[in-house]
Design a protein around this ligand. Structure first.
Ligand SMILES: [Mg+2]
Length: 400
């Protein structure tokens, strides 16, 4: 048996009733109401509808019988895709090791970030706050030493919660073993009926079975798999995948925004994006600006540079040019979201070697800022334009 870390460093982050939450976010009339997304089949149900027994994948007729007051809305997959991208941007802002599982959930490994970002539970709470602030969606995070326990923890912590499984065998058993057998990963209706038929109702009861007894009951693969999981063995690591673009965005409240607000937000986003690019040793050529308005219209502007870069001032100048181009759109009310990403990514180290010169003086400034933030936290330094904000008031002045 491999040794286990004495810290819970795996996060499972899962948006709550994802499609239904996006609908409630985008239409104030749906907030606090039972909402069903779908038609003939329920694709998602808000927690208000779930309280009546409505579940995903249920037939629409049955759902309406259970909850006649439910408001049924058709799905808007484009909005969900965009929200998903925004949430994954927050994940990638949190740690380089992100393994997406579906459109609305991922595993994150935050081991090794303690010195930079704090203990895992603090990182998890900050992630939840960032998703709430930047994407305005509720998300639940489970924190544990293994993927399986983190996944179970996020399910137990729903909705809008944080649940940390203590990183000891005793703590893990106390959390997992009282749960019903349905909490075992891979146990569907057929397997759970078999287990109930033999009188096993909790995970702890199944954990006491010998492997050969489980294999006789459930087959070789499932038997061993379930024996391992119920006995806290899950050696699988979080496998990060490289992305084709790196981006970030900020959601706005419904109120009117001044041009300065928009610019300040763009500066903060560019700062996040380029810092993450440099942290991942990546450079990119195409800067993409995304705007969303409260009538659900969207606009995209992009520009491709001659050379790939992760240089903050270059990306910011490009972003400002794109913003200026979109200014007629921005002058009207109702900007709800500003996003920026850099695509056409390359490996930064390879590019640096290929260039005849090293980092320029402004590249050196970026590096110096990254170093200070790594040592003292990301709030330690802001660029000059951020000084107007109260939470940055104590920051030293730096060239923009
Ligand atoms: Mg979910």
């Amino acid at each position: 048996m491999c040794s286990m870390p004495n810290e819970s460093t795996i996060l499972h982050a899962d948006l709550d009733s994802f499609f239904a939450s996006v609908e409630q976010r985008d239409d104030p009339r749906l907030q606090g109401k039972p909402v069903i997304v779908g038609g003939s089949v329920v694709l998602a149900a808000s927690y208000e509808a779930k309280a009546f027994g409505v579940r995903s994948a249920m037939g629409g007729g049955e759902a309406r019988r259970l909850c006649p007051r439910a408001i049924v809305v058709p799905p808007r997959f484009e909005a969900y895709t965009e929200a998903s991208r925004a949430v994954f941007d927050v994940f990638h802002d949190t740690t380089p090791l992100v393994e997406g599982i579906s459109i609305d959930e991922a595993f994150l490994d935050v081991g090794g970030l303690r010195r930079v970002s704090g203990p895992p539970e603090v990182i998890a709470e900050r992630l939840r706050a960032a998703v709430k602030e930047r994407v305005r969606l509720p998300i639940t995070v489970g924190v544990a030493r293994t993927k399986y326990l983190a996944k179970v923890a996020s399910r137990q912590g729903k909705p809008d919660g944080l649940l940390v499984v203590p990183p000891t065998p005793e703590g893990e058993r106390a959390f997992l073993h009282p749960l019903p057998v349905e909490a075992i990963w891979g146990v569907g209706p057929v397997t759970s009926a078999k287990l109930h038929g033999r009188g096993f109702h909790t995970v702890g009861e199944v954990a006491l079975l010998r492997p050969d007894a489980l294999v006789a009951l459930l087959g070789k693969w499932a038997g061993h798999h379930i024996h391992d999981l119920t006995n806290l063995r899950d050696p699988r690591r979080v496998v990060g995948k490289r992305r084709g673009s790196i981006g970030s965005q900020s959601a706005f409240r419904w109120s009117r925004r001044s041009w300065d607000d928009v610019d300040r937000t763009a500066v903060a986003i560019v700062d996040r994006v380029t810092r993450r690019m440099r942290g991942a040793d990546r450079v990119g050529r195409t800067v993409v600006l995304r705007l969303r308005f409260d009538d659900f219209t969207r606009a995209t502007r992009s520009h491709t540079l001659a050379e790939a870069t992760a240089h903050t001032a270059t990306i910011l100048a490009t972003a400002r040019a794109l913003l200026a181009e979109a200014r007629p759109l921005l002058e009207r009310d109702g900007l709800t979201c500003l996003g920026l990403s850099v695509a056409n990514l390359d490996d930064g180290r390879a590019v640096q070697l290929a260039l005849p010169f090293g980092r320029g003086s402004s590249g050196a400034l970026d590096q110096a800022l990254d170093d200070v933030r790594e040592r003292f936290g990301s709030k330690a330094i802001g660029r000059a334009v951020m000084l107007g904000r109260r939470d940055h008031a104590a920051m030293p002045m730096l060239p923009d």
